[in-house]
Design a protein around this ligand. Structure first.
Ligand SMILES: [Zn+2]
Length: 186
């Protein structure tokens, strides 16, 4: 695995605007930067990057995360591969060491749980904005309660479909393990 000290060096060097700008043409809008989302087709930019928070978020397709997540998603890389990519970009030498079996098991499990949670959060956002049921029931409910779109998105509100196992089914179809879905309480 990559040495934790190297990982923190990488995180210290990351400038998310710089990382994303290699792939997306960004324009400054107040405190944030805006561009056309590289993860879905759009003509009006809804892909937002916050340099202060070090995160990106697309209000069209719901994808979001930090610079490492961006590289993972965009370049189809695993977490360690994305870290290596960024290390190379910033001229940081990678120090690796072998993990013990126990450490391996723990770190795989932790990664899987994080990935599953992220998946679920995106799933509910997608359901809210991109399905008829989500828009008709979820979105109109939030609007009646006086939440505007900005609040809904800032607080990552989502819609859980009537079909109770919709998330589980969708996650299983994507190859996520039931074990991890259960462990995150989903
Ligand atoms: Zn998008």
């Amino acid at each position: 695995m990559i040495d934790p000290l190297t990982i923190s060096k990488i995180f210290d060097s990351i400038d998310i605007i710089d990382v994303v700008s290699d792939f997306v043409h960004l324009k400054r809008r107040g405190a944030n930067y805006l561009g056309l989302c590289p993860f879905h087709n759009e003509k009006t930019p809804s892909f937002t990057v916050s340099p202060a928070k070090g995160i990106f978020k697309c209000f069209g397709c719901g994808k979001g995360g930090n610079a490492v997540n961006f590289i993972m998603e965009h370049e189809h890389l695993s977490y360690p591969e994305a870290l290596k990519y960024l290390a190379k970009k910033y001229g940081i030498e990678i120090e690796e060491r072998e993990l013990s079996e126990e450490e391996k098991k723990l770190s795989t499990e932790k990664d899987s749980l994080l990935i599953v949670s992220e998946y679920a959060s995106n799933f509910f956002t997608e359901q809210l904005f991109q399905t008829d049921e989500g828009v008709e029931i979820g979105l109109s409910y939030f609007r009646e309660r006086g939440f505007n779109e900005k609040v809904i998105k800032d607080f990552k509100l989502g819609y859980s479909p009537e079909k109770r196992d919709a998330l589980t089914q969708s996650a299983l179809n994507k190859g996520y393990k039931l074990e991890f879905l259960e462990k995150t309480g989903l």
